[in-house]
Design a protein around this ligand. Structure first.
Ligand SMILES: [Ca+2]
Ligand SMILES: [Ca+2]
Length: 755
């Protein structure tokens, strides 16, 4: 970058003149905690000990860092911006962390790795270039503050390879001899959940040889027929904003076409990591910083060896954005805390950690993670949070727009308690398939609790895959997932299922609601490992469309009835509340079942129910959720009925992280379908009534329920009869009541006046 040289010379000049002063400071470590101030208008020759004697540069902070003592604070001036990597190589202690924070007023101080490009060279053909100084090949570029992906061919979508050889070559019969793509990169979809990156080592005819040394992936494609595209090559620059960085000559190229490059602000990340702990330093706090523009991570606590851990590190109230790899990467550490922090526009993960324990991830907002296909340096995964962990809490986070999973939890070596609760996750699996908003697998020793999360729009993306349709789940307990308690969650609008169990065992699924998912609950035993000991109780699986299933059960063995226990669930599809179960097993093949035939088939779900009412107009179905910490009141435009039959009107209140499904409840003014379909006639008299109300249903031979509801929708009295009954209403206060007479799915409502 152009300012780099003068900056270096300046630093060198002062370092010669003032080195002895600095030496005195560093040579006699101070005993008491101090604040060090850094301002863009400061001077590295200053003491740094007050705002008027502020230092100026990150490199000067780095020069002093190893002499900091526990309790020291490094304070960057608000409103100012600093370029470079702050390197941590010193620990704080319990109660005396080393803190990197802000002073003054205004916007958070910015630590940036961005170089703003000026002085473009016109290369012709709409392409402009600039030699830049960068620590590595960049992986993050913005135009006017908006991220743009690396140049690619084709510009959108995928080419298709018909065949492959191991993890070394693909053959695409449509691929021509020219241009020669040797040296370019390959983004290769190997299966539903993997978009790998490789380097093309040879292009001959229709075959591309490649290696995935950079991602380290050894995965071979699942089959021919998946997609790929080419990137990281100057020849791919054909549409506005596409870029290529040639690390060999340092040239950065961008395609502008007819657009004037001077009219655009182009920023290129040229620093690997912005806050970098070399590994094994404890009690570090990052507070109120704006970290933006890294080739790799904004914050990187490196794991050097298994014992070299980063304990008690804390990141709070920071804004992290535009990271070529992860927002935060924690190699290993205990008692790791990230709170009140925003993380946006990262190519791999918002927060990525392996070997984390006793961590807390709370009240963060994480969005636009790994949404540019092929831009991640990981072969798979890529999403909001990734934790390979032992103990931890993930709550009150908002995660929105992720390429793959929202939250991906893997058990650590101990596998003790993990609590994922009160998170709001929206729009996941925007690039890949076969993932979920909350995804986990593997046997687990402790308990994983997934509680009170709100999940919407697990979309799923099949482009470049053979299966083009969505395979995206709200809560996904994948292979061997065990000892999970999934409770009080809401999942709406999943491309595939609300809750999916794939070869999972020993799990408890209670009090969850799924709405408008292709499959409400989905059990899949795809191979030998059986699903067992699943307790499924008090959930509501609500299919909004007649094309959706409330539940889907598939097994390669005839063991569906052995999957576990189930009861007191709602399997509701009010538009067509009949064959709401899809059941597939070898013995009987694929069958659709009603709740009744499902009950007979499994001997489960004895007290489970369908929708209390039928719905003909889908707009009469209303789904509301509350993904905030405050109680929410929702005004109602009419009377509605809840799944449990309760009538609500005026308004309803929703507790935090809860949801409700209600259906418009119009009281029929005349005789309902009951009379029409059953050719029966209900007689209710006298009306108006004073003491005793007679209800008669001639030639009736089945048990028929009745319910008296007052004018505000409250149920007053319930009972049943066969041909006739007498209801004593003498204690009722005067007014209007509704008498609902119900047999199976048919019902009739009569208006009764009590005098
Ligand atoms: Ca092809
Ligand atoms: Ca292109």
């Amino acid at each position: 970058m152009s300012t780099g040289k003068s900056y270096m010379a300046y630093g060198y000049f002062f370092s010669v003149v003032f080195w002895s002063i600095i030496f005195m400071v560093t040579a006699s470590p101070h005993l008491f905690a101090a604040n060090y101030y850094i301002s863009a208008a400061g001077n590295d020759a200053n003491s740094g000990l007050s705002p008027v004697a502020a230092w100026q540069t990150i490199s000067n902070v780095n020069a002093h860092f190893s002499s900091f003592v526990p309790g020291d604070s490094v304070l960057f001036k608000r409103g100012d911006s600093f370029y470079g990597t702050l390197t941590i190589n010193r620990s704080g202690t319990n109660g005396k962390p080393i803190t990197i924070s802000a002073y003054g007023t205004g916007a958070k101080p910015v630590i940036t790795g961005f170089t703003t490009i000026s002085g473009w060279t016109n290369e012709g053909g709409g392409i402009y270039s600039k030699v830049i100084t960068s620590q590595a090949l960049t992986n993050l570029v913005t135009i006017d503050g908006k991220q743009v992906g690396m140049g690619r061919y084709p510009d959108t979508g995928f080419l298709t390879y018909e065949s492959f050889s191991a993890n070394t070559s693909i053959t695409d019969t449509e691929l021509g001899n020219t241009p020669i793509w040797t040296g370019a990169d390959l983004a290769i979809r190997k299966n539903d959940w993997t978009l790998d990156r490789g380097t093309i080592t040879n292009h001959t005819g229709t075959t591309l040889n490649y290696n995935c040394a950079n991602t380290g992936s050894t995965q071979t494609p699942a089959s021919g027929g998946f997609g790929y595209f080419i990137l990281n090559d100057l020849k791919t620059l054909t549409t506005y904003g596409e870029w290529y960085h040639n690390p060999g000559n340092g040239k950065f190229y961008m395609y502008f076409g007819a657009v004037d490059p001077l009219s655009k602000v182009v920023q290129v990340a040229t620093i690997n990591d912005l806050i970098f702990s070399t590994g094994g330093y404890d009690y570090i706090t990052l507070d109120n910083l704006n970290l933006t523009g890294s080739i790799n991570n904004a914050v990187f606590f490196k794991r050097v060896i298994s014992t070299d851990i980063n304990d008690y590190c804390k990141i709070q109230n920071c804004d992290i954005s535009f990271c070529g790899k992860n927002g935060i990467e924690l190699g290993q550490g205990a008692s790791f805390i990230v709170e009140g922090t925003t993380i946006n526009n990262c190519n791999s993960y918002g927060i990525y950690s392996y070997y984390a324990s006793l961590f807390t991830i709370a009240n963060n907002a994480i969005s636009n993670i790994a949404v540019i296909p092929g831009q991640s340096i990981y072969s798979q995964g890529n999403g909001g949070l990734y934790f390979s962990c032992n103990n931890g809490v993930i709550n009150y986070n908002k995660i929105k727009n992720t390429g793959y999973n929202g939250i991906f939890i893997r058990p650590g070596t101990l596998g003790t308690s993990i609590n994922i609760s009160y998170n709001y996750i929206d729009s996941v699996c925007l690039v890949l398939n076969d993932g979920g908003a909350i995804y986990t697998g593997s046997d687990w020793i402790g308990i994983r609790t997934i509680d009170h999360n709100i999940i919407t729009n697990a979309i799923g993306n099949g482009s470049g895959a053979i299966r083009q349709t969505s395979l995206s789940e709200g809560i996904y307990l994948d292979e061997y997932a065990s000892h999970l308690v999934v409770t009080n969650n809401t999942v709406a609008n999943s491309g595939n299922s609300g809750i999916k169990l794939h070869k999972a065992h020993d799990n408890t699924i209670t009090d969850n609601t799924t709405f408008n998912c292709q499959r409400g609950i989905d059990y899949l035993n795809s191979s030998g490992s059986n699903i067992r000991n699943i307790s499924l109780r008090r959930n509501a699986f609500f299919a909004k469309s007649a094309k959706q299933y409330a539940s889907v059960f598939s097994s390669v063995a005839d063991d569906i009835a052995l999957f576990g226990t189930a009861d007191s669930n709602y399997y509701a599809r009010p538009l067509d509340d009949n064959l709401t179960f899809s059941v597939t097993q070898p013995l009987t093949g694929w069958q659709q079942k009603t709740l009744a035939t499902w009950q007979t088939f499994t001997n489960q779900d004895v007290h489970s129910r369908k929708s209390p009412v039928a719905v003909t107009d889908v707009s009469d179905i209303r789904f509301e959720f509350n993904a905030t910490k405050a109680v929410k009141t929702i005004p109602l435009d009419s009377k509605y009925i809840c799944l449990d039959g309760k009538i609500v009107e005026g308004s309803i209140t929703l507790q935090p992280y809860c949801s409700v499904i209600i259906m418009k409840y119009s009281i029929p003014s005349a005789i309902s379908s009951f009379t029409n379909t059953n050719q029966k006639f209900v007689k209710v008299f006298p009306n108006p009534v004073n003491n005793e109300l007679m209800i008669e249903l001639k030639d009736n031979n089945g048990k028929t329920g009745f319910e008296m509801v007052n004018s505000s929708g409250r149920s007053i009295l319930k009972g049943s009869f066969i041909e006739k009954t007498v209801v004593n209403v003498s204690n009722f206060s005067s007014g209007i009541y509704f008498l609902k007479i119900e047999q199976g799915r048919s019902f009739e409502v009569k208006k009764i006046i009590k005098i």
